[in-house]
Design a protein around this ligand. Structure first.
Ligand code: 6R9
Length: 655
C-alpha cells in the first residue's frame, strides 16, 4: 500500500469563471471557507442548522448527534419526518405544476410528469402497497426498468415507511435471490421486461427464477408493471398487475411519519470478501446529504434541467435521481436507454432536445463516447449546458479535458465527485463557483466533511505517496450499519488495525497534493471497478468455483480503455489442462456461467487456464503477479517467495 506512488503529474488548473461565480450558491473561495470554518467551530451546530433549513420536519429534533455507542452513531434522532413528503408534498403549494420528471424512453418518446401528478402516482401506489399488507419497516425489493414507475415505487415505499432494496435490472436471478433472502423481503416490484438499446430483457422471468431458488417464503406479493406486454407466467396467488392494484386507489395517502433514524433503504454493494453487503441508510441524515450536495456541488438553480444518467439500481440513481433532485424541487430527465441507441449521438441529442443544464455521468460513458466520435458533440446544440459532473471512478485527465472542452465548450465547470454507496452523497468534489478544478482530481472535501489520507498508524502521508482515504468524523449521510450484520459493519469500516478504528475507512487509496487537493488512486482492497460498477473479486471467484469444472480461480482487474477496468480470471480446472480448442470452449462456457450467476457486468473478458495459481508458501495467491500477467507485462517482481514459480509461464498464455 505504502509503496504505491502517484505517477500522475497534472498541472493544469481551471478556476471558476466570473460569470458562473456571480450566480453561484457558494460564490467564491471565501464563501466555501466560511462554511468550512462554521463546521470547524461547531460541528454538530453546523449540521443542525442545515437540517433545520433544508428538511421539513413533522416533529423537530432536539438532539443533534448521539455518539454514545460508536461506531453506531445517530443524527437528529428524536425528530420525525417523511422523506416522500419532503420530496413531493412540500412542493405542491409553491410549484405543483412544475415538471418533476421528463421521461425519455428507449425509442425516443417523451412523457412529462408534474410534481402534482407524481405525487398522485406515488400516493396511489403507496395505497396499493398498503392494500397488499406492506407495513412500516417491511423490506421491498425493487427490480425495475429505468422508468418513472421505478421512482414511484421507491417514493411509495418511503411514504409508508417500508424499506426498499433496489436491485439493478442487469443482475441475475441468483443475485436477486440472495438479496431477497438476506433482506427477508415481503414483496418484489418488477416489470414484465425492460427495453434498452432496442432490445428486450426479461425481468419477471428472472424474479420467478429467483423465487424458485428457495428460502423465499417471506415474499407474499410480486407486483408487475406491464411494459412490453411480453408473455409471462402468472402465479395468481402471488402476482398482481401494477395497473390492477392501483386502479381504485385514492390519489392521496397520509405519509407515515418516521423517526429520523428509520432506515430509508438498503442497497447491496460489493465488498472485498464474501457476499454483498447490505448498506443501510437513515431517513433524515441521508436526505440532508442529497440536498446539500444538490445545492453546493450541482449549484442547483430553479430553472435547471438536471440529468443524472445513472440507473436507480446504483447509489447514484438513488441520491441524484430518486431523492436529491425531487427534494430540492428540480426538473430532471429520466432516460430509459443507452448512450449509443439508436445512434452514437443520443446523449447529445437529449441534451439539445430538453435543454439540459446540468449533466452528470460516469468516466466510462465519457471514454466510450470519445471513441464513438471525438467531434460528435459539435453536431448538436449544447449551449444549454452550464455544469458537468463525473462519478464512479477516477476520471483520466485526458477524458476530463475532452469533457470540458468538447462537451462543455470550455464554459462549464466539471465537478469530479468522489463518494460511495456508503457515504450516501458527495464527499470530495469541487464546489463549482468556489474551487478551481485540476483534471483528474476530485479536489477538496465538502464543508463539514473531515477527510484525510493516512498510514496505518493514522499519520498523514507524505506528499505524492498513497495512503488510506479515511473520513475522520461521522457525518449525517454516512451509512448506519450493514443490514443484519453490525459486526461486519464495524470490522469493514472501522477496523482497529488502521488508526485504532477511530476513522471511517473508505477502502480507497488517495494522495493529497500541496494545495490539499485529493487524487483518488483506486481501491486498496480486492474490489474491481468495471464501467463504474463495483464488483468484488471474491464474488466472481466464488461464482467460477461454483462451476463443476473449476477447482480454483483468481480474478484480477486489468486497465481497460473504456471500462476503466476489465475482468481477467485465472482458472485451475478439475481436469488436466485443456488444449487450445477445448480451452476456447470452456472459457466461453465459464463466461456465460458467471453472467448467469452474477450478471452480465461480471462476465470475465478473458480467462486463462493453468495447473495451479502462483502462491506463496503459506498458500496466499499472489495477485500482484497475476495483475502483471493480465496486463501482458514481463514479471520484474521478486518471485523467490513463490512455491511454484514455473506456473507463471503457463498462465502467461492467453486463450
Ligand atoms: C458513487 C459510487 C464507490 C467507489 C469508490 C471509488 C470509486 C467513485 C469516484 C471514484 C475516483 C471519483 N469512485 N467516484 N474514484 N473518483 N470521482 O460510485 O458509489 O458504486 O459505491 O463506488 O467508486 O473507488 O470507493 P459506489
Amino acid at each position: 500500500m505504502a509503496t504505491i506512488e502517484s505517477i500522475l503529474q497534472e498541472n493544469r488548473v481551471f478556476p471558476p469563471a466570473n460569470e458562473f461565480v456571480k450566480h453561484a450558491n457558494v460564490a467564491g473561495m471565501e464563501a466555501y471557507q466560511a462554511l468550512c470554518q462554521e463546521a470547524e467551530r461547531d460541528y454538530t451546530g453546523f449540521w443542525a442548522r442545515l437540517a433545520k433549513q433544508y428538511i421539513s420536519w413533522h416533529k423537530p429534533f432536539t438532539r443533534v448527534f448521539d455518539d454514545s455507542n460508536l461506531p453506531f452513531y445517530k443524527w437528529f434522532d428524536d425528530g420525525e419526518l417523511n422523506v416522500s413528503w419532503n420530496c413531493l408534498d412540500r412542493h405542491l403549494t409553491t410549484q405543483g405544476d412544475k415538471t418533476a420528471i421528463i421521461f425519455e424512453s428507449d425509442e425516443g418518446e417523451t412523457v412529462r410528469c408534474s410534481y402534482r401528478e407524481l405525487h398522485q402516482q406515488v400516493c396511489r401506489f403507496a395505497n396499493a402497497l398498503k392494500s397488499r399488507g406492506v407495513q412500516q419497516g417491511d423490506r421491498v425489493v425493487i427490480y425495475m426498468p429505468m422508468r418513472i414507475e421505478a421512482v414511484v415505487a421507491m417514493q411509495a415505499c418511503a411514504r409508508i415507511g417500508a424499506i426498499h432494496s433496489v436491485v439493478f435490472g442487469g443482475f441475475s436471478a441468483k443475485s436477486v435471490h440472495q438479496r431477497i433472502v438476506d433482506a427477508k423481503a415481503v414483496a418484489v416490484i418488477t416489470a414484465d421486461e425492460q427495453t434498452r438499446g432496442g432490445k428486450h430483457h426479461p425481468l419477471k422471468v428472472t424474479v420467478d427464477k429467483a423465487l424458485a431458488l428457495g428460502d423465499t417464503d417471506s415474499v407474499h406479493s410480486v407486483i408487475v408493471l406491464q411494459h412490453t406486454h411480453a408473455d409471462i407466467v402468472w402465479h395468481s396467488e402471488r402476482d398482481h398487475w401494477w395497473h390492477d392494484i392501483t386502479a381504485d386507489q385514492p390519489d392521496t395517502c397520509e405519509p407515515t411519519w418516521v423517526n429520523a433514524e428509520h432506515p430509508l433503504f438498503i442497497l447491496y454493494t460489493s465488498g472485498s470478501t464474501g457476499k454483498p453487503k447490505g448498506v443501510q441508510h437513515s431517513s433524515a441524515g441521508y436526505l440532508l446529504g442529497t440536498i446539500t450536495s444538490m445545492q453546493w456541488v450541482f449549484d442547483y438553480q430553479p430553472n435547471d434541467i438536471f440529468w443524472c444518467t445513472a440507473d436507480v439500481g446504483w447509489v447514484t440513481g438513488h441520491s441524484y435521481v430518486t431523492y436529491g433532485p425531487l427534494a430540492i424541487g428540480a426538473t430532471q430527465i429520466i432516460f430509459e436507454g443507452v448512450p449509443t441507441y439508436p445512434h452514437a449521438g443520443r446523449f447529445w441529442e437529449i441534451i439539445q432536445k430538453h435543454k439540459v443544464t446540468t449533466f452528470y455521468t460516469a468516466p466510462t460513458a465519457i471514454r466510450s463516447l470519445i471513441k464513438l466520435g471525438v467531434d460528435l458533440p459539435k453536431q448538436y446544440d449544447l449551449s444549454s449546458l452550464r455544469l458537468l459532473g463525473s462519478v464512479g471512478e477516477p476520471i483520466n485527465p485526458e477524458a476530463w479535458m475532452w469533457y470540458y472542452t468538447t462537451v462543455g465548450q470550455s464554459r462549464c465547470p466539471v465537478v469530479d465527485t468522489w463518494w460511495q454507496t456508503e457515504t450516501g452523497s458527495h464527499i470530495i468534489a469541487p464546489i463549482p463557483g468556489a474551487i478551481a478544478a485540476k483534471p483528474g482530481s476530485c479536489t477538496l472535501p465538502l464543508p463539514g466533511i473531515d477527510v484525510a489520507a493516512i498510514d496505518e498508524a493514522g499519520q498523514p502521508i507524505k506528499e505524492g505517496k498513497g495512503g488510506f482515504l479515511v473520513i475522520k468524523r461521522p457525518f449525517p449521510s454516512l451509512l448506519r450499519t450493514l443490514w443484519n450484520d453490525p459486526e461486519r459493519f464495524k470490522n469493514t469500516y472501522f477496523p482497529t488495525d488502521v488508526a485504532g478504528g477511530r476513522y471511517y475507512l473508505s477502502g480507497d487509496s488517495a494522495h493529497c497534493d500541496r494545495d490539499g487537493y485529493f487524487w483518488v488512486m483506486g481501491r486498496v482492497d480486492d474490489v474491481l471497478n468495471v464501467s463504474g460498477h463495483r464488483l468484488g473479486t471474491m464474488e466472481i471467484e466464488s461464482a467460477l468455483v461454483a462451476h463443476p469444472l473449476v477447482a480454483e480461480a483468481a480474478v484480477v482487474g486489468k486497465p481497460h480503455e473504456i471500462k476503466g477496468e476489465s475482468i481477467v480470471a485465472f482458472v485451475v480446472l478439475r481436469k488436466e489442462l485443456p488444449d487450445k480448442e477445448e480451452a476456447i470452449k470452456i472459457a466461453a462456457t465459464l463466461r456465460e456461467w458467471v453472467a448467469s450467476e452474477i450478471g452480465a457486468i461480471a462476465r470475465p473478458e478473458e480467462i486463462r487456464f493453468g495447473e495451479n495459481l502462483p502462491k506463496t508458501r503459506s498458500g496466499k495467491i499472489m495477485r500482484r503477479l497475476l495483475r502483471t500477467l493480465a496486463k501482458g507485462e514481463a514479471i520484474t517482481q521478486d518471485t523467490s517467495t513463490l512455491e511454484n514459480p514455473a506456473i507463471l509461464e503457463q498462465l502467461n498464455q492467453a486463450v
